[in-house]
Design a protein around this ligand. Structure first.
Ligand code: ZN
Length: 358
């Protein structure tokens, strides 16, 4: 019979060494709240401004659909996604989806990347972050397009660089992708980033994507769309579609959990302008996918050549991107998928065909 005290000391020594008593701790398949905040803090004003300065450079010619500047923008986004270890989620295992343009007998790109989720079942469901990367090109690229701007020195700017429309949403999705990549696949659902083109020509790229999705659309639980998010009041962002699904309530909760963003997620304050139907989320909504649309409103430089980086509020852009990121991660990790709660009243008021409820 062994002495109980000796046995105890032996046991303590074994515990202290830790050999063979407990299996090696496995990384949790879902990132902790602290880790999610750390990933969100990767989104900074300096980064979004540096990316914005690239895609709004005059050499890209205003990112018209189609154009070489648009192609270079698409490649730039894909190169970043690749560098961060995201997976290509376009056609043929690539980063792009190309869709035909009837008017010019040519085609244009969407960019699609993914971070695969960790749950054996829910990883086959998807949260999409979308934004349009195209803009209006230069004066003369299409009727009703880019308006010239006469500078104070009398020279004329003929390139619509689209810093707010939609350079702001484009770099927000880029920043969100980097934050998502930092989670290393530790969300339950998979997260997709989608940069569409042809928005300014009539939501062409998102319409094609919704009709030819590269992940099963029935498994897309939400589209979070960002278009023109860097102007107007610094402490608020309009979020359209809050009353169309229970994601509105989720957003309210996520916003309350992040007072450090100093950002109010406001209701649609311009219902008469039917913005619900005027950006890329609409092509998901018409397929029955729950959507939220982050939008700061128009401004005097809307569709003019002086929509430039100097007018962008980078702090607001970052806060909006962080709020959207926290929201998307929350949706990706919540086992119950978002539910449409009724037909969106604006769709009814606007006389649109009823949206299928989900
Ligand atoms: Zn526009």
């Amino acid at each position: 019979m062994s002495h109980p005290r000796v046995a105890c000391v032996l046991l303590l020594l074994t515990l202290a060494c830790g050999d063979g008593l407990a299996p090696p701790t496995q990384e949790d398949p879902v990132a902790s709240a602290t880790e999610i905040r750390a990933a969100g803090s990767l989104i900074t004003p300096a980064k979004v401004l540096s990316w914005l300065s690239v895609i709004t450079d005059d050499s890209l010619g205003g990112r018209n659909t189609p154009s070489l500047g648009l192609e270079r923008t698409a490649q730039y986004l894909a190169d970043n996604y690749r560098a961060w270890g995201m997976l290509p989620a376009g056609e043929s295992n690539g980063w792009f989806q190309r869709y035909p343009l009837q008017a010019t007998q040519t085609n244009a790109p969407n960019v699609i990347a993914m971070a695969r989720g960790s749950d054996p079942v829910l990883r086959d469901e998807y949260v999409i972050f979308s934004s349009h990367m195209d803009h209006l090109g230069t004066v003369g690229d299409g009727i009703g397009g880019c308006s010239p701007f006469t500078r104070p020195d009398g020279t004329i700017d003929r390139i619509c660089n689209g810093a707010d429309d939609n350079g702001s949403g484009t770099v927000a999705v880029l920043a969100i992708a980097q934050a998502v990549a930092a989670l290393n696949g530790r969300t339950r659902r998979s997260i997709v980033v989608l940069n569409v083109s042809g928005e300014e020509k009539g939501l062409l790229g998102s319409a094609y994507y919704a009709d030819h999705p590269t992940v099963p659309l029935a498994n897309v639980v939400a589209d979070i769309n960002l278009d023109m998010i860097s102007r107007n009041s610094a402490d608020s962002i309009v979020v359209i579609g809050k009353d169309s699904s229970d994601m509105g309530a989720t957003l309210t909760r996520v916003q309350a959990a992040h007072p450090e963003l100093h950002l109010i997620a406001a209701d649609d304050i311009w219902p008469a302008q039917h913005f619900y139907n005027r950006s890329d989320h609409y092509n998901f909504a018409r397929k029955g996918v729950p959507i939220l649309f982050f939008f700061a409103g128009t401004n005097p430089q809307y569709h003019r050549a002086d929509d430039e980086v100097s007018l962008v509020n980078a702090g607001k852009l970052v806060s909006v991107a962080q709020l959207a990121f926290y929201l998307g991660v929350e949706i990706a990790n919540t086992v119950a998928r978002p539910r449409s709660i009724h037909l969106h009243r604006l769709a009814i008021v606007a006389g649109q065909s009823p949206l299928p409820a989900r």
